[in-house]
Design a binder for this molecule. Structure first.
Ligand SMILES: O=C([O-])C(=O)C[C@H](O)[C@@H](O)C(=O)[O-]
Ligand SMILES: [Mg+2]
Length: 431
């Protein structure tokens, strides 16, 4: 029987999901963060789901792209990206703009388009897989592993969002010093079995963060450790930290901003450097690899433009002897499933991938994905292998509808100003 896989409808649902008070160099996470749920429906009634950033600038592009897709084949992924190229991007969105304080690297019109198209690509692959009875990893060429390893994503955090702020409570407690970070790591290990740990730094002066990583090394001997200050340090400070922690770090992540500065730190310390800030587009690869500025690229399928682009990035990295792993922002189970499918197909994935998922108490799935020994099993069920709970989507969408607009665009500095009214994101390098 031939099935009609023409896209007949695209449903876009912006939602707000609970986020704990996680600190980074720009500020603190807001109590709720925007995501966009993308659903494509085909003529034969198959639904596929994807997920991407939900801030206004992404919604602006997702709406016209969704309309353009109706009438196309769900398998036409090349056509999807060609259509995305035609979506106009308001110049004000990219001129002198930084995305989340630069934490996702440069902001360009192409990258905005890719960040949106990737949500549609995942939704199309999910629908196609369901229609054909094949898992997404099979559509991507097949898995080379049965489970994908993730690392614990440790954050300095407050016990609660500031008083008076509407929020969901979490049970992680505060972590603002080495003992708090070690305690958080223990919980991550107990709850999910993670064996590698990444600390989000750039929050406290480097000596305090060095002490936290040393405390982790002592508490978890032999476990891979990473520290990521999101470019908050000068070259000299980065070298000082690299010298202090070189023995215990698997890699330092974006210690400083820019390809030249990263290359300087590497040549003077030999400590491997990972990035999700200085190489975030194909155009940035040549210079960075030529200068030997990065030793591990952290792909994020959202802004690299989907699962197939992630495979292409991995192939380029492999060619140049550069490692590849995965970056993560706040995301839900649809994206974790997508990350797991593509990671399952990438040969030579030598570093555990990042995921914020354990921080998210809310999800849109009927059943949350689970980590066993820090790993997510690769599903062989058709599509992504997850089921979306429409009532949960509706609940989180209502929260988005009821918001006065202050939470619809992620703003870590605004959240920090609730506690510290004079806060401005620190100039970089901060130290
Ligand atoms: O690895 C990274 O750089 C990130 O995950 C960036 C994120 O924006 C993270 O710092 C956060 O959510 O605070
Ligand atoms: Mg990073």
């Amino acid at each position: 029987m031939t099935r009609d896989l023409t896209i007949t409808e695209v449903r876009l649902t912006p939602i707000l999901v609970a986020d704990p008070p996680l600190l980074n160099t720009s500020g603190v996470h807001q109590p709720y963060t925007p995501r966009l749920i993308v659903e494509v429906v085909t003529a034969d009634g198959t639904s596929g789901f994807g997920e991407t950033y939900g801030d206004g600038k992404y919604l602006e592009l997702a709406r016209p792209l969704g309309e353009m897709l109706v009438g196309r084949q769900v398998s036409d992924l090349g056509g999807l990206f060609a259509l995305a190229d035609e979506v106009a991007v308001d110049r004000a969105r990219v001129e002198n703009q930084l995305d989340v304080g630069g934490q996702r690297g440069v902001q360009s019109a192409d990258k905005l388009r890719l960040s949106v198209a990737s949500g549609f690509e995942v939704a199309c692959l999910d629908a196609l897989g369901k229609a054909l009875g094949l898992p997404v990893h099979a559509l991507l060429g097949g898995k080379v592993r049965d489970a994908v390893e993730y690392s614990a994503y440790l954050f300095y955090k407050w016990a609660d969002h500031p008083e008076g702020v509407t929020c969901e409570k979490d049970d992680w407690g505060a972590a603002v010093d080495p003992a708090g970070i070690v305690e958080q790591a223990r919980k991550f290990k107990e709850r999910y079995g993670f064996t590698s740990f990444k600390l989000k730094g750039g929050v406290f002066p480097p000596d305090e963060e060095i002490a936290a990583v040393r405390a982790l090394a002592e508490a978890f001997p032999g476990h891979p450790l990473r520290l990521d200050p999101n470019g908050a340090w000068s070259v000299e400070t980065s070298i000082k930290v690299a010298d202090a922690l070189g023995e215990v770090l698997e890699y330092l992540e974006d210690p400083t901003l820019g390809t030249r500065a990263m290359a300087d730190v590497y040549v003077r310390t030999g400590v491997p450097l990972a990035t999700n800030m200085c190489v975030t587009t194909f155009a940035e690869i040549k210079e960075a690899f030529t200068r030997n500025a990065v030793q591990v690229v952290l792909s994020d399928h959202h802004y690299w433009g989907g699962l197939r682009n992630t495979q292409q990035l991995a192939a380029i990295c492999r060619t140049f002897g550069v490692g590849v792993s995965m970056h993560s922002n706040t995301h839900l189970g649809i994206s974790l499933a997508a990350m797991t499918h593509v990671a399952a197909t990438v040969p030579g994935l030598h570093h555990a991938c990042d995921s914020h998922y354990p921080w998210q108490s809310e999800d849109v799935l009927t059943e949350r994905l689970t980590f066993e020994g820090g790993r997510v099993a690769v599903s062989d069920a058709p599509g992504l292998g997850v089921e979306v709970d429409r009532e949960k989507v509706e609940f989180l969408h209502r929260r988005w509808l009821e918001d006065d607009g202050s939470l619809r665009d992620r703003d870590d500095a605004a959240a920090m100003r609730v506690a510290d009214p004079g806060w401005v994101p620190p100039a970089v390098p901060r130290w």
